[in-house]
Design a protein around this ligand. Structure first.
Ligand code: IMP
Ligand code: MG
Length: 172
């Protein structure tokens, strides 16, 4: 049932620091623009909540759940499992993601939201695994760069579990 998750990679203190830093940056970058914050379910639910609670500017908060399907074409396909409630046409959108791995999902989400007529789409990721990238995707805001390890906690799961761990641990 259990896995070895004894190795802490990111501490609660580091998480607090990254949230403070990014929220402050977002407050300044999105001043007077009332951004639509799009949290990507399920992994980003905690990070999204932590960020928006620290922000002082007016924001709209919404969520969507997506998956990327890699078929025969290298571009891949976006599958929307839970749709937004907000019309993003003409809006400044900030997508909040738990982790960027291959980069496929965020590349597809970004072009989907731009296709819907968003004025701008930027991506904020709590964690980034650049070693795993298959494209040239770079998040506009990034919390902590991590090595090529599978991590859980702070919203991230292994087989649906461990999302409620407060720090981030390596699964071995
Ligand atoms: P990608 O960037 O399209 O490859 O997909 C990123 C998604 O894969 C994230 O939203 C996570 O759900 C999942 N993922 C990638 N690496 C990890 C990890 O180390 N732990 C937990 N989930 C991960
Ligand atoms: Mg995910």
């Amino acid at each position: 049932m259990g896995h070895d998750i004894s190795k802490v990679l990111v501490t609660e203190e580091q998480i607090t620091e990254m949230c403070d830093r990014i929220a402050q940056q977002l407050d300044s970058d999105y001043k007077d623009r009332e951004p639509v914050i799009v949290g990507i379910l399920t992994g980003a639910f905690i990070f999204t909540a932590d960020l928006v609670r620290r922000m002082r500017i007016p924001v709209i908060v919404d969520f969507m759940q997506v998956a990327s399907y890699v078929g025969t074409e290298s571009t891949g396909e976006l599958i929307i499992k839970k749709e937004l409630s907000t019309d993003v046409t003409g809006r400044d959108v900030l997508v909040v993601e738990d982790i960027i791995d291959t980069g496929r999902t965020m590349e597809l989400v970004k072009s989907e939201l731009l296709n819907r007529g968003a004025k701008s789409v930027k991506v904020c990721a709590a964690f980034d695994k650049p070693d795993r990238r298959v494209n040239d995707f770079i998040p506009d805001y990034c919390g902590i760069v991590i090595p090529d390890e599978f991590i859980v906690g702070y919203g991230l799961d292994y087989d649906g579990k461990y999302r409620n761990i407060k720090d981030v641990r390596i699964v071995r």
